[in-house]
Unconditional design. Structure first.
Length: 217
């Protein structure tokens, strides 16, 4: 084999090795980029999920109103970790749950319940949520009206999930089934004599909420 042919062969082999090395570097770079984006999405979901969970149990838009019945039900404060049950018959608020969610969500017309809307939880449009209540009534599970999904995500990749311990207030007006706010005297009675089945005058019942948030694909 001539010297020129040997040089050409060495050059071709070197070129092949360079191309392979570049391809390997690009592949590693793509993997790193994918891992970075995946971690970025996980971190974003965690932050948004934690914020939504805090808003659920702390926001004045969702939590129980503590009122003084002696002063025309003047709002004294909002009760963290206390949620009013949705107990209004569908016929009283438009016939469907969708209509009930739209019935005075901002409480400008003496609302009888507080719908838990994704807007109030601070969730972007491309995020969904799931709420499941266990307990919260003298018997059975309380119901919360929300625009979260009716079932947990089946294929969502990144999900934020947390179990929240709350109290649910489910005193209702017998004639209409409308949920009432928490009266100061009632709260004092609950603190002094216990809640739920122990004290028939207290309508605060412990509950556990499974709360999940995920980004839609």
């Amino acid at each position: 084999m001539k010297k020129g042919q040997l040089v050409s062969l060495d050059f071709i082999m070197s070129l092949i090795l360079v191309v392979l090395a570049i391809g390997l570097v690009m592949q590693i770079s793509e993997i790193e980029n994918y891992n970075f984006k995946d971690k970025e999405l996980k971190d974003e979901t965690q932050i948004i999920g934690k914020t939504a969970a805090l808003n659920l149990i702390n926001s004045s838009k969702t939590t129980c109103e503590l009122v003084d019945v002696r002063d025309e039900n003047k709002i004294i404060s909002y009760m963290s970790n206390c949620l009013p049950e949705w107990a209004m018959p569908l016929a009283d608020c438009g016939g469907t749950k969708s209509a009930c969610k739209e019935l005075d969500p901002y409480g400008t017309n003496n609302r009888a319940f507080k719908p838990i809307l994704k807007l109030f939880l601070g969730l972007p449009e491309n995020y969904s949520c799931y709420i499941k209540v266990t307990g919260g009534k003298a018997s059975g599970n309380a119901e919360l009206l929300s625009d979260c999904e009716g079932s947990a995500p089946a294929l969502a990749k990144n999900v934020y999930a947390i179990d929240l311990n709350v109290m649910i207030h489910n005193e209702v007006i017998a004639a209409s089934g409308k949920t009432l706010t928490v009266g100061k005297a009632e709260l004092e009675d609950c603190i002094e004599n216990g809640s739920g089945l122990i004290n028939a005058s207290c309508y605060l019942f412990p509950a556990k909420i499974k709360f999940m948030v995920w980004k839609n694909d």
